[in-house]
Design a protein around this ligand. Structure first.
Ligand SMILES: Cc1cc2nc3c(=O)[nH]c(=O)nc-3n(C[C@H](O)[C@H](O)[C@H](O)COP(=O)(O)OP(=O)(O)OC[C@H]3O[C@@H](n4cnc5c(N)ncnc54)[C@H](O)[C@@H]3O)c2cc1C
Length: 477
């Protein structure tokens, strides 16, 4: 292919995955283009739960403060019985923040507000998504990709990332299998203004066996997200009149009245996982690679964490690190998606029962890690953390570990035999209150190497210097 490179990375799809990847590449100074076939930003609430691990990722990306200021906690779920009585339960098991896990509970933030905050951060870094730009063709060779857009333009990029959602054009164009299952029936979601319900609870009427309808007050807005079995006439039933008829029928109330519908959709429940995340110079991320039922509140979270895993690897390879680093993306992220699919479908099955479902610790994604990855170097050093684990937070004097980790660099914490260099920060923190020892439990003269995405690469001691130097070379440092 003779065409000159337009950019280093072309990201197709400016949803949560594409925007997260764009922010990470922008702060690393990587040249990229972010395109989306939609004419304007998406305006629906869809993924409204940001799990604790994603909050940590968003802290690193510099968007947590506006998210916390805009969103809010989940209210209790109020299940109404046919006689009008009700029971209230929390959507997740209770959890309190700790020095090692500063964000214990998920934050409710409707997807369009999450995306708005991500776009604002991207704008601050000097970039904007290009809307009305649909990817319609892919051709690749050993050096890169030629992407054709619907308007006939061609773009040449060294890498293409398909973050183009569950119906991914990129996945289809590469003929990547997407096995899994489609559950029977259709569900609806609608963002509405309504009267007749308080905003202090997520109101649920009916059961899954009958016809359910639930009303969740969306934090950061004056809207309610209506969810439930789709109306008999599908999308056509998502008008004000159609929704009010469904509400009367399923709740027995005529005082719950929808006045405006901002966005509404009918969708099928799927659990599917792409056979591969990479073909040559093309990668899949987010819903393009895995789709889940919304019960677990996992889809958006898994999507942004795909992007967070991929960003630093793409940047390193573009800067000269061995290309094999890119293969660790699928090796690390595909098993995570497989596990999350299992969790979401289990919760869906529980939601169908009378007892209902409760999101447990696993839904918070704090225990996910990359043990067994080729990037997790086991030097046999005993500590409270192991290679592949998420690096915990710890207040150390006036500074938190997460503040030291924040940014695009690698970090060495503890008694480092290795000198800092571009891309590697070395910090020996003053453990005034013992929180660092509590979380990390390093031996005397021990250190821990933390990846740019906040996972432990290795735990070592002074004698391991040569092995760690060799490792750093492999990742481009
Ligand atoms: C009712 C409901 C509730 C949910 N609740 C939760 C929740 O609580 N927590 C959670 O984590 N997740 C939840 N999800 C899932 C979440 O919405 C998705 O996982 C998330 O949107 C995936 O992000 P993404 O960036 O991968 O894809 P998308 O958000 O689908 O973005 C893909 C983008 O690609 C663009 N695109 C498509 N084709 C092309 C093309 N050919 N060229 C260029 N651009 C293209 C699209 O226009 C779109 O903007 C829920 C979903 C639903 C339906």
């Amino acid at each position: 292919m003779t065409q000159a490179f337009t950019t280093d990375v072309l990201i197709a799809g400016a949803g949560p995955a594409g925007l997260t990847l764009a922010i990470d590449l922008a702060r690393r100074g990587v040249a990229f283009r972010l395109i989306d076939k939609a004419e304007r930003p998406f305006q629906g609430s869809r993924g409204k739960g940001i799990q604790p691990r994603s909050l940590e990722v968003f802290e690193d990306l510099g968007v947590l403060a506006p998210m916390l200021a805009t969103g809010g906690p989940y209210p209790p779920v109020r299940n109404y019985a046919p006689d009008g009585g009700f029971e209230e339960t929390a959507i997740g098991e209770g959890a309190t923040p700790s020095p090692a896990e500063p964000y214990a509970a998920p934050l409710m933030l409707p997807q369009f507000l999450t995306e708005t905050i991500l776009r604002q951060r991207l704008a601050d870094l000097g970039h904007t998504p290009e809307y009305g730009a649909e990817l319609t063709g892919i051709d690749q060779d050993a050096e890169g990709v030629i992407a054709t857009l619907a308007d006939g333009r061609t773009l040449r990029a060294r890498w293409l990332v398909g973050a183009d959602g569950g119906r991914s054009f990129v996945r289809h164009a590469l003929d990547i299998g997407f096995p899994g299952k489609t559950m029977p029936g259709l569900a609806m979601v609608a963002d509405t203004k309504l009267t007749g319900l308080s905003r202090d609870a997520w109101h649920v009427f009916g059961t899954r066996e009958t016809a359910q309808v639930s009303f969740c007050p969306l934090a950061g807005t004056d809207l309610f997200q209506i969810q439930g079995h789709a109306p008999a006439d599908g999308e056509a039933g998502l008008t004000i009149e159609g929704l009010n008829a469904v509400i009367r029928e399923r709740t027995g109330h005529d005082d719950i009245v929808v006045h405006e519908v901002f966005w509404a959709s009918v969708y099928g429940l799927n659990a599917r996982l792409a056979d591969r995340y990479r073909v040559g110079r093309v990668l899949l991320a987010g819903d393009a690679a895995h789709i889940h039922p919304p019960t677990g509140g996992q889809g958006l979270n898994t999507s942004i964490q795909d992007a967070y895993n991929l960003g630093w690897k793409l940047a390193a390879v573009l800067a000269g690190a061995p290309e094999s680093l890119i293969d660790t993306y699928e090796a690390e992220r595909r098993p995570i998606a497989a596990g999350v699919l299992g969790l979401s479908t289990d919760l869906l099955a529980k939601a169908m029962t009378k007892q209902g479902m409760k999101r447990g610790r696993e839904a918070r994604q704090l225990d996910l890690g990359y043990e067994g990855s080729t990037l997790s170097l086991d030097l046999g050093v005993e500590a409270k953390v192991a290679p592949g684990d998420r690096a915990p937070d710890a207040p150390c004097g006036g500074q938190r570990v997460f503040e030291v980790l924040a940014g695009p660099h690698w970090t060495l914490l503890g008694e480092s035999p290795i000198a800092p260099r571009p891309g590697l920060v070395v910090a020996d923190l003053t453990d005034t209150d013992g929180w660092f020892a509590d979380a990390y439990g390093l031996p005397a003269d021990g250190f821990v190497l933390v990846r740019p995405d906040g996972y432990i690469a290795t735990v070592g001691q002074a004698a391991d210097k040569a092995k760690v130097e060799a490792y750093l070379k492999q990742v481009g440092l």
